[in-house]
Write a protein that binds this ligand. Structure first.
Ligand code: A3P
Length: 336
């Protein structure tokens, strides 16, 4: 077993390949005996329950790979669905407003857990997940609720995931070790980037809204308009202006609760997963000081200052092999 599997020495668990238990009704073709995702052993215990979870037609699912701008998108979706209720958004942590489906497969909990929370939520529910198509509830592909998929170019995603894994979980290697683990499909959520290529094939389905971090950075207003149409919501110009302000990097990045209290409508610690990260850290990395900001740099191209030229080149070569198999370019997926 590679050292990368031991880099996150979680009590009683390790990273393993998780395969689907079913293959009927999947919206794209792939071989469930081959397609795996690296997650920890806890996930195996919850697999049946996740795959059998009841899906409602009026659900809204926000799906992504970690570090793709999920939090940013969730904040937008929640506000569109809740008539731009900024006051509640600034008072209640995002993970309370939008449950994270598989949270208990990272941080196992006594019942009631995230599945029970989701089951008892009133409709329409907004649900977050980082799972790939084959591990999501199978009802998604028959019920077809609205699904929003947000992606981000893998170089920036990897640059963002490295500090996350070092601090929040317990990755102890160098950036080079980290990139090697990704290229060798040994990192949590590997095979990295493939989930995007699978959802890319569904991008024209009426129940799917496919977008990218890069599109949100380039023209947030136009993503908001597209998403409002997808969700059947109307925004007036006043709401749009406030929404753009609320979703700005500057307003979302603050993590210090005391600062927020003083300056309530300027800063936003409700979007920095403070409670979830604390639970992760207590389980995975209790010894390390938590010096981590979830909303961190928020830039397109941050890999250029965070990864060496050699690592960038290796990631590009590795990712090109993936996209070539699907006859698409990274440019089309993330930037077009
Ligand atoms: P960086 O680590 O590169 O800064 P996710 O929520 O999927 O884990 O994604 C986290 C990434 O989204 C982080 O990227 C974070 O800074 C960025 N992000 C979150 N809110 C943002 C915002 N309002 N504007 C720009 N980037 C944002």
């Amino acid at each position: 077993m590679s050292k990368y599997f031991r880099c996150e020495p979680v009590k009683g668990t390790k990273l393993i390949k998780i395969f689907s238990k079913y293959n009927e009704n999947l919206p794209i073709e792939f071989d469930c005996n081959q397609r795996f995702t690296i997650l920890q052993t806890f996930h195996q215990e919850y697999l049946d329950e996740i795959q059998e979870l009841e899906v409602r037609k009026d659900d809204i699912w926000v799906i992504s790979q970690p570090k793709s701008g999920t939090t940013w998108m969730l904040e937008l979706v929640w506000l569109l669905q809740n008539n731009c209720d900024f006051e509640t958004a600034l008072k209640v942590e995002q993970e309370v407003r939008v449950p994270f489906l598989e949270f208990c497969s990272y941080v196992p909990k006594e019942r009631p857990n995230s599945f029970d929370e989701i089951a008892k939520m009133s409709s329409p529910r907004i649900i977050k997940s980082h799972l790939p198509i084959h591990l999501l509830p199978k009802g998604l592909w028959t019920v077809k609720p609205r699904i929003i998929f947000i992606t981000r170019n893998p170089k920036d995603t990897i640059a963002s995931f490295y500090p996350h894994c070092c601090t929040v979980t317990a990755f102890e290697g160098s950036k080079e070790d980290f990139v090697n683990a990704i290229i060798e499909n040994k990192m949590r959520h590997s095979p990295f980037g493939v989930q995007t290529l699978e959802f890319w094939q569904l991008r024209n389905e009426p129940y799917i809204f496919f977008t990218s971090f890069e599109r949100m950075k380039k023209d947030l207003r136009s993503v908001i308009l597209g998403l409002s149409a997808f969700l059947g919501k109307n925004l007036d110009e006043n709401q749009m202006v406030k929404l753009l302000d609320h979703l700005s990097f500057e307003k979302m990045k603050e993590t210090r609760k005391e600062k927020c209290k003083k300056n309530f409508f300027s800063d936003n610690p409700m979007c920095n997963h403070i409670s979830e990260i604390k639970q992760f850290k207590e389980l995975y990395n209790p010894a390390k000081e938590l010096n981590f900001r979830f909303v961190r740099k928020g830039a397109v191209g941050s890999h250029k200052t965070e990864l060496s030229e050699d690592l960038i080149e290796r990631i590009e070569k590795w990712y090109k092999k993936h996209v070539d198999r699907y006859g698409v370019t990274a440019e089309e997926i993330f930037f077009a």
